[in-house]
Design a protein around this ligand. Sequence first.
Ligand SMILES: [Zn+2]
Length: 393
Amino acid sequence: MELREPDRDFLRFLWWENEKIQEFRHNQVVFGVTCSPYLLGAVLGYHLSHVPKELKAMANKLQKALYVDNCVTSFSDDNELNEIIVQSIYVLAEANMNLRMWYSSQWSYIPGKLNPADLASRGCTPQQLLRSRWWEGPAFLKGSPEPWPNCEFNVDEESVNSELKKEKVLDLPVKTEVREWFEKFSNISKIIRVLCWVLRFVDNTRKKLKPSSEVLDNLEKKEAEKVLWRMVQRKSFSEKNHSIKKLLVIKDNEGIIRVKTKIIERDDILDFRFPILLPTKHHLTTCLIRQCHLTNCHAGVQIIAAKLRERYWIIAAKQNIRSVVKNCIVRKRFAAKSLTAPPIHLPLDQIRESAVFEITGIDLCGLLFINPKAKVGLFCSLALFIVQYIWIQ
Ligand SMILES: [Zn+2]
């Protein structure tokens, strides 16, 4: 198969001539290299998809049955087989391909009693299996094909259908929710960091900048935070939103919706005078509250509300904070009551009136490290012990 002149550059190779390495080009399609099966498939596909209408059926059959340079398929009768052979030889001759080595065989149905494969599926004893000489196959296979059993294959539809499994179709409505990318994370700092890297990537590809430092700086984080709140506000507060209508809000020059509080005249930071408006029960709001709860040593509702108010105005904040605090596992563990048992009554000997040393007992008095030289010390500690014992009783 000859190659077009401009395509020959793709098939260059090195070869030596007169002990000098030189560059050559193939003039013909190379077979036996990695791309050869693809080239063959592409050529066959091209020719089979450009056949006239009357040959379409043959082309479709051949295309499905071809595997690299072999074709295995079946036909209902000899006439169809011969027709397809003639047609496919004609079509592929155009591609200078000579289809040859055709081979066909007929198949016969063998009754179950003579079929050795059925023996195992029916079940048999080891003796029966040995007697059947299953591995040798049926005896008639060794003779000429003429006397082979060739009975008609009649399907008993009724018995086949009785084997069919009865299926029950259950129709369940499945709700597919589209999850936001940040819902994968539960840490607000992590969400901001991820967004930082994404923004940096976008920036770098647009401006084609060289990669900057490997760490994120504060300015980038602040910028990412702004992008995040803008995104939340755009999705949560539409023009017709009732919760936003009750509030006096303004949009700052960076497009962030802020609440106009009564203390705008105060000499304070912008975030405190104009806090950023955030929706309630939003994943990011919940993450923000959780972070505030953790950084303030598992603080309660009041503290978190006051801390967050310094920068944000969360709608129905206390309700939202309460649910976050309620779900904190650490807080739950500390708030748990310790196990208690009902007090038991004292034995009679300990509560009745009695003379000194009338009731005595031995108690464990623990390890005593005695210095053999310090005889005085030993005496004192034992005496102290006795006094204590009497006193307690
Ligand atoms: Zn907590």
